[in-house]
Design a protein around this ligand. Sequence first.
Ligand SMILES: C[S@@+](CC[C@H](N)C(=O)[O-])C[C@H]1O[C@@H](n2cnc3c(N)ncnc32)[C@H](O)[C@@H]1O
Length: 166
Amino acid sequence: MASGTGIWTQELLKIGNKITALDASQAVIEINRHKLNSPNVKYSQVDLFAWEPEAEYDLVFFSFWLSHVPPELLDLFLNKVYKSVSARGKLFMIDSRFEPTSTAKNHILENEKSIYQNRKLNDGQEYKIVKVFYQPDTLRSHLNKAGFQADIKITDNYFIYATATK
Ligand SMILES: C[S@@+](CC[C@H](N)C(=O)[O-])C[C@H]1O[C@@H](n2cnc3c(N)ncnc32)[C@H](O)[C@@H]1O
């Protein structure tokens, strides 16, 4: 979900026979498609906030996506994710932890509690975006609420990741 330009889709291709890659942006879908050039990946341009699961999957994966989901849409989204995971399937997700040193010229992290950031594109356009930094307990409780059993881990600095089952 929110497959982006394929950094992780290409890793999933090593373990999956058939992948469905969903993203709202046709432009990033085309980059992903061109990069992977695989008949085993089916792409679909989908707004994940309007998406309804139509199938059950052995693995549902998203990276650096949940942090962009507005808090008021989170539980509804996770309920739908739950429906899209097969009975013996898994959800795996990875996202950013708040890390004040992970700054770049167009990406300044000021405050762990703020759910908004300004992002400046190379062409100068600036956007206010949603970026929520989850603590393990909060993430676990949202995953539990959706029906998942979740194992959450953090790395020393940058990442939080979760494996969840039904
Ligand atoms: C931060 S990128 C992460 C991309 C990829 N998962 C990765 O880790 O490289 C977020 C992705 O979410 C996609 N996206 C944004 N809003 C979306 C929406 N409403 N529905 C589906 N995808 C969306 C963007 O097009 C972008 O590819």
